[in-house]
Structures are given as C-alpha cells and as structure tokens.
Design a protein around this ligand. Structure first.
Ligand SMILES: [Cu+2]
Length: 488
C-alpha cells in the first residue's frame, strides 16, 4: 500500500474515532455519515492529505528578522467542536481567537497539536501553512509578512475540521473588524398577499446553507440556514393550492439537511423524502388542505441542533378569498442558541450539545441575531406610520422555549392563537403564547408615534439578546397619550 494512502486511511480512521467519541450520546450518525462521505469523496482518486488544498497555497518566503507579533495556538475540543485555543498573552484560553497585526508586520504563529489527530493551520491569502502535525505534542512555527490590511481566515485543511469549528480570523490593520455576514431575515421581506385568486401550483426552492454569521456585536456563530437567513424564506400559498418544495443542500455543507413543513399532510411533513446529502437536491409535492400559519424546520438528527442553529421558517396557507388587506406585514421568529461560550463572549462561538440537551441556552434571538445587530438595529427594525394597520406573523423555531410574545406599549386588536386563521380571533390581547413549532398572527393599528419594543415577556431573555423594535412615525395625538396631567 502506498505510504500516502496508508496515512490517509489512518487519518480517516482517527477522525472517525474522534467523531464517534464526540457524538456518542447523540444521534448524529446521519450527519457523521455525511461528513465521512464528504471526506471520502474528497479523498477519492489518488489525492493524499498533503495535496488536499482546494486551491494550491503558494509557498511564501520566510522573512528575516524578529517577529513584530507572535501567537501560539493549540488544537482542542470544545463541546462537540474542534477548535484552536490561544496560549499565552491576551488570547490565552480563547477559542479561535482573533489574531491582530498591522500591515507590514512580521507575524509568527506557532501551532501545537494537542491530540493524536492530524491538524494543520494555513492562511491562503498569505501562502502560509504549518504542514500537517500528526502526533500529540508536535509543533510547528510559521513566520510571514502581512502586507495588506483586511480580515483573513486561518483554518485547518483536514477534511471536515474547518466545518467542525477549526477556523478563526487574522485581522490586519487597526480599522474596525470586518463585519461578518448577517443572517438576519429582514422582517418586511415577505411575499405579497394571495388575494382572491383560485388554486394554483406554488413552487418554492429552499437551499440548505451552513454559514458563519454575526450573532452579536463582535461575535459569530456557525448557523445552519434555509437560503442564508434566519428564519428562511416566508412561503405563501392558499388553501387548495398544490405546493412543490425543492430542497437543495449546498455542496460545501458538512451535514445532511431536510425540511418538515407543518402545513403538509404526509409522512414527516416532507421530512422523510427530503433528506439531502451535500450537493443533492430533492423535490416533493403536497396539497394545501388546511389554512393556517405554519412552521417549517429541518428534520435531520440531531433535529434540535439543526433548529437551534437557524433552520426554521413560516409557511402561510391563506383561507379562500385571502386575508384582509393591511398596510404593513412583518415576519418574526424566535429561537434559542446554545453556545459553548458564555453569553457576551467575543469571537467565533461554537455549538454546545450538552447545553442544548439541558435546555440551557446562552442566547435568545428574534430573526437569528441579538437585538443590537438584529431586529432592534436601524437596519432591521419594523417600521410603520400613525394610522396604519400592522400584521405580524410570529413563529417559534425554538427548539425548546415557548414565547410570551408582547409589544411594549401596544395591544393586539386581534390575535389568531396557535396559527389558526379559521377560528375567530381573540380580541384586545396584551401577550400571547407561541409554542415551539407553532405560530400566531397578530394585528393592530398604530395610533401614536414612537418606539415599540418587541419582547418575549419572559423578560430575562431580553438580557440574552431577545429584543426587536417597531418604529412608528407620524404626528402625536395628545388625546391618545401625553406626558403630564389630563387637565393642566
Ligand atoms: Cu439541517
């Protein structure tokens, strides 16, 4: 057996053992099989581990002279993630620390392998690579010049390791840190009302995308999404429609994904026939038999992991004749995020299966991110004007926590509990329960300008990121609200 191939198989076996150890208490076998399948795909042919760079890394020249900044990283496991951990200095103990340098600096990075599993560290833009460290305690130092300002990714090239968490940022330049991708679904991004049309075929394409996105100011999280946002696209049809759902899993995904739509009648709501491997696409069709506002979500084990990471959305099946028109419609979903790191930690955060199993989240979010970068920020707040009618579709992806949805300073004129659009609505409601895997529709007129805060009235969650903002513009009517006594 050629030596390279033997090394490859050994590595694959070790990685498999590591994974099965990590995941022994959970049911992620499907995901592991997918990961291993991807690894095997990548390792097919006569490629060896040493030749596995997706794009060849041009070897940089090692500069003379002492380093301006030096960092030491060790490899490790955090929760169920593989990570780099800072050693010494300001980054000591940090998971995937952001490494800082100035343009023109000579940077030195020492990687120490803490396990008997192969790892490396490379930064494509600077053409640097530690080479593979195969044995426990082995270490390698790389020294290179950073000419350009910017944000660069350091990562481990061993198949599956980057996706499992082994990546961080080398930030060159004193400028503010480059913004991570936003996964926040704009709350006004939903299709137009169905109206009075007859039944037809409605086609929707969902794409499973695993993306590192901004969770809070200064921190990121490895999200699983439908179409790159949390929640996924708002799907809109009417009762009697035929709905065709196509689910594609991006080639770059590390996990299998699927979709279960609560609006569908049939095995697993589509979950059974949509399990898609990375690079695969599957389609199924269902009849929209019942009107209502329904949750859809990924149904691939570990299901709560996929849901907590962002794989949920709403599908509205309008009653015959359509919903009555309103001036503004909004789309808001609540979920929890279980990071290994405590709430407020900076840098790239990682998923904790233990915290999820214990229903002990670090973050609560509307539309995927904490309020400061999410629905309470200027970019994403809900906006309306005095005199307008507002409708909010509120769903809970969860996976575990019921929302006591409330808008501070407003009263829901009508609340359609449990997503039922055929039962008479509750009227004049302050707070409404929304269970995980459930949704409501609330409607109210806005009569007075100002900021109205969206919360779950289990208000401890406000301090863990769960806040949104409705901004109402227009003239103030003192007959509705004013500061001071009634008759001054
Ligand atoms: Cu999934």
């Amino acid at each position: 057996m050629p030596k390279k191939l033997a090394v490859s198989i050994l590595c694959l076996t070790l990685f498999g053992l590591l994974l099965s150890g990590c995941y022994s208490i959970e049911r992620e076998q499907t995901s592991i099989r997918a990961t291993l399948a991807v690894m095997q795909d990548q390792m097919s042919g006569d490629q060896s581990m040493g030749e596995m760079h997706s794009t060849p890394v041009p070897q940089a020249e090692t500069p003379d002279g002492p380093a301006d900044v030096s960092y030491t990283l060790t490899t490790g496991v955090s929760g169920h993630n593989l990570v780099f951990i800072g050693v010494g200095g300001e980054i000591d103990g940090q998971i995937n620390p952001t490494l800082l340098a100035e343009a023109g600096d000579i940077v030195e990075i020492t990687l120490v392998n803490a396990e008997a599993v192969q790892h490396n560290l490379q930064i494509d833009e600077f053409g640097v690579d530690t080479g593979f460290l195969d044995t426990q305690g082995q270490q390698q130092t790389i020294k290179f010049v950073v000419e350009n300002e910017g944000s660069f990714t350091y990562y481990c090239v061993v198949p599956g390791h980057q996706a499992a968490g082994m990546q961080g940022t080398l930030q060159v330049g004193s400028g503010e840190q480059a913004a991570a991708a936003s996964v926040v679904k704009p709350p006004d991004d939903l299709p137009a009302a169905v109206g009075a049309r007859g039944p037809q075929l409605v086609q929707a394409e969902l794409v499973a995308q695993e993306v590192v996105g901004q969770l809070a100011d200064g921190s990121t999280y490895p999200y699983f999404t439908f179409n790159g946002t949390v929640p996924g696209p708002f799907i809109r049809a009417r009762v009697g429609d035929t709905v065709e759902i196509t689910l594609r899993n991006e080639t770059s995904s590390a996990f299998v994904h699927s979709v279960d739509l609560h609006a569908a009648t049939g095995p697993g709501g589509g979950g059974e026939v949509t399990q898609v491997q990375p690079g695969e696409t599957k389609t199924f069709t269902f009849a929209a038999l019942n009107p209502g506002i329904y949750v859809y979500h990924c149904a691939t084990p570990s299901v709560p992991h996929h849901i907590a990471s962002g794989m949920y959305g709403l599908i509205l099946i309008e009653p015959e004749g359509g919903l009555p028109p309103v001036d503004r419609e909004f789309y808001v979903m609540q979920g929890e995020i279980y990071t290994a790191e405590p709430f407020g930690t900076a840098g790239q955060l990682t998923f904790s299966h233990d915290k999820m199993s214990n229903e002990d989240p670090e973050y609560f979010v509307f539309n995927g991110a904490v309020g400061a970068v999410g629905l309470a920020s200027e970019d994403y707040m809900l906006r309306a004007n005095v005199g307008e009618s507002v409708r909010i579709f509120v769903g809970v992806g969860g996976p575990n926590f019921t929302s006591s949805f409330h808008v501070i300073g407003e009263i829901f004129d009508r609340a359609y509990a449990f997503g039922s659009l055929t039962a008479a609505p509750l009227t004049d409601v302050q707070t409404i329960s929304v269970p995980p895997g459930g949704a409501v529709m609330v409607e109210f007129d806005v009569e007075y300008p100002g900021h109205y805060v969206l919360v779950d009235h289990a208000l401890s969650r406000l301090e863990r990121g769960l806040v949104g903002m409705l901004h109402v513009g227009g003239p103030a009517d003192p007959g509705i609200f004013k500061e001071g006594p009634a008759n001054p």
